[in-house]
Design a protein around this ligand. Structure first.
Ligand SMILES: [Zn+2]
Length: 274
C-alpha cells in the first residue's frame, strides 16, 4: 500500500500537470458518475492536495476525492502518450492542454462539495500529516498526549491514520527502530523525551522518504551499502524486510513479526521491551 511519502509524491506530479489548467477532456468509467463529464469539462483545477492517503483535486464548486486503498494508482503522461497497458482498470482520466492524469483501479472515489470535506469519515479522523512541512514536533507530541491513545501499543497506533497520518507499513518499522522503541510499548509508558524522539523520527523519516524515494537509512550508509554490491531493496531500510540479518547498529539479528497480519521487523537489542 502506498504510504504518505508516495502519496505526496504522486500529488506533486499531478499538481504539476493539473494545477491552474483547464480540463479539456475527461473519461470516467465509474457507472455512478456516468453523467458527470460536464462537471469537469472546461473547468480549471484550483488545487491538488494529498491528505493522509487521500488525493483531493479541487475545482471551483466541487472536489474529486480518491483513496487508493491497496490497488489504486495514479499515472501522469503527456497528452499524446498512449496509456500504460497493464492489469488495472481505468477509473478516471483528466486531460489538459498538455497532460493526461489517470486514476487506475481505485474504487473509493467521490465528487463532493467543498463544505462536505470536513465531515468526510476518513478525512475528519486524520491526525497530523507527517509528510507536509507545516507539521511540527510539538504538534505531534500534543496529539500523542490525547487520552484516546494512551493505552494503545505503538505497533497498532502507527498504522492508525488518526494518530500520525501518512505512516504506513515500512515507516512503522523504521520509525520505531530509529526511535529505539519496542513495538509493544504503549503511549502512556513513554517518557517526554521518548515522545519527542518518536515525533522527530516520524517527521524526519517520512520527509526523507519523500525526498529520496523510499529510503529510510542514513544516506551515506545507503551509498556505502550500494557500493558493496547491495541492491536498493537490500540497502534502503534499517530493519524492514531485514529479518534474520544483522542490525546495522548492534549486530543482533532482526526479528520478524506480523501483528494484524502485516510485517513488522525490529531489533531486540536497540528496541528493548521495558
Ligand atoms: Zn540493533
Amino acid at each position: 500500500m502506498p504510504e504518505g511519502p508516495e502519496i505526496h509524491r504522486a500529488a506533486n506530479r499531478i499538481r504539476k500537470a493539473l494545477e491552474g489548467m483547464v480540463i479539456e477532456d475527461v473519461e470516467i468509467t465509474i457507472p455512478r458518475f456516468s453523467e458527470s463529464h460536464e462537471q469537469f469539462l472546461g473547468k480549471t483545477v484550483n488545487r491538488v492536495e494529498a491528505r493522509g492517503k487521500a488525493m483531493l483535486i479541487h475545482f471551483d464548486n466541487f472536489v474529486m476525492y480518491s483513496h487508493n486503498q491497496l490497488y489504486g494508482r495514479w499515472t501522469v503522461n503527456l497528452k499524446d502518450t498512449a496509456p500504460k497497458k497493464w492489469n488495472r482498470a481505468l477509473r478516471v482520466a483528466l486531460t489538459t492542454e498538455k497532460h493526461t492524469c489517470r486514476l487506475w483501479s481505485a474504487t473509493d472515489i467521490l465528487l463532493m462539495e467543498p463544505w462536505e470535506l470536513s465531515g468526510h469519515p476518513y478525512l475528519s479522523k486524520l491526525g497530523p500529516d507527517v509528510v507536509i512541512p507545516e507539521t511540527t514536533v510539538t504538534e505531534l507530541v500534543e496529539h500523542m498526549n490525547d487520552k484516546r491513545f494512551q493505552r494503545r501499543r505503538l505497533k497498532s497506533l502507527l498504522l492508525d491514520q488518526g494518530f500520525f497520518a501518512g505512516i504506513g507499513n515500512y515507516l512503522r518499522s523504521e520509525v520505531l527502530f530509529t526511535s529505539g522503541l519496542h513495538p509493544d510499548r504503549t503511549v502512556s509508558s513513554l517518557s517526554d523525551e521518548e515522545k519527542k524522539v518518536l515525533a522527530e523520527q516520524a517527521l524526519f523519516l517520512s520527509r526523507q522518504s519523500f525526498d529520496v524515494p523510499g529510503i529510510t537509512v542514513d544516506l551515506e550508509m545507503y551509498d556505502k551499502l550500494r557500493s558493496f554490491g547491495q541492491t536498493r531493496g537490500q540497502a534502503r531500510h534499517w530493519v524492514f524486510t531485514r529479518n534474520d540479518m544483522e542490525c546495522h547498529n548492534c549486530n543482533s539479528l532482526i526479528i520478524h513479526t506480523r501483528p494484524g497480519g502485516r510485517r513488522l521487523d525490529y531489533c531486540p537489542q536497540c528496541q528493548p521491551d521495558c
